[in-house]
Design a protein around this ligand. Sequence first.
Ligand code: PMP
Ligand code: GLN
Length: 390
Amino acid sequence: MIVSKLPQVGTTIFTVMSRMAAECGAINLSQGFPEFSPPKRMLDLVSRHMSDGANQYAPMAGDPGLRDAISRKVKRLYGGSYDPEKEITVTAGATQAIFTAIAACVHPGDEVILFPPVYDSYLPAVLLAGGKPVCVPLSFPGYRPDWQKTADRITPRTRMILLNTPHNPTGTAWKESDLQALHAVVQGTSVLLLADEVYEHVLYDSRPHQSLARFPELRERSFLVSSFGKTYHMTGWKIGYCLAPGELMSEFRKVHQFNVFAVNHPMQRAIADFMAEVPDFETGLSAFYQAKRDFFRAQLEGTPFTLMPCEGTYFQLAGYEKISGMADRDFVVELTRRYGVAAIPVSAFHPGGEDRRQIRFCFAKNESTLAAAAARLRAVSAPFPLEKTS
Ligand code: PMP
Ligand code: GLN
């Protein structure tokens, strides 16, 4: 018999809910992915690079043209300089970058600080490395980091702090003062930082993205991760990148070369060309999603759902405490089956399974989809179905 390395882990909630949505013919606002296509030019460029012969392995660290383009972008937006040769690696999505950074740096028994609710891949990655997760939950209901509690949890065994801004699932975004507080916490220690910034271009109401790349004193101890999936509406391509100072990146690549070696070649070339042709594509992204956020929220006005503020990402949290006392995992099943709208229970992001009666909707959808989903959600009323479906 096999002894599981992750005995508490089942199938990821994104797979479970998307499957249930398909089975029930429900509108799928659960797993986060856009309903729109990547730019047509991007697709044409992939075809061109396939025809032109980029069909064998890409260089291990990533296509040089793409690494150059990433370096230019990060310099332009955040002022941070990363050497494409030694400090940038193209990865199979942000998930692999996060996993690889943890595998490369966390030793058995090392403590890794997390701020739950957290994206569901973080905890298993820490556990597989033999790390000890140390949870410092975000405040409730504001979902802000508590810097005093974070400082109190630093020990000589603290190897890494894992952070995510803008934040999935809560839609909050860190302020400059958060980065300053983080600096005060880690100053004088050898603690590493792993920043998940995949929603760096999806921020609302003119908020700037507080990238770690803006802060030289944090950058020197940080892995910074992003994903092209979010920026160009192509989550299925699974291409992202990791930035880190040379010493850290050299350890990262020791693992990367053996868990993926290299990433899809023609697609890397296409992204590189596209970034050169349309260097400011991301500029319109926040406005694009802000219109969707505002539309979806307006559509839900007057329902008994409690809408949480949304500062960034394409996720809207909603409390259902006025509708039902059901556990959130049961509530989303009922919502999918009875009302035809699938969502994600927020307890799936809590390592301890804390349930605050909140669910997450993805609004990266066309207005017609959002309107249809909202019409169904407007029909939800208390008391929520009392008898359980089979
Ligand atoms: N981190 C966060 C916070 C995410 O929301 C996601 C995906 N939605 C990822 C990482 C993974 O990104 P990728 O699909 O590029 O692996
Ligand atoms: N990150 C996406 C979300 O939060 C899903 C990614 C996945 O399915 N693994 O919904």
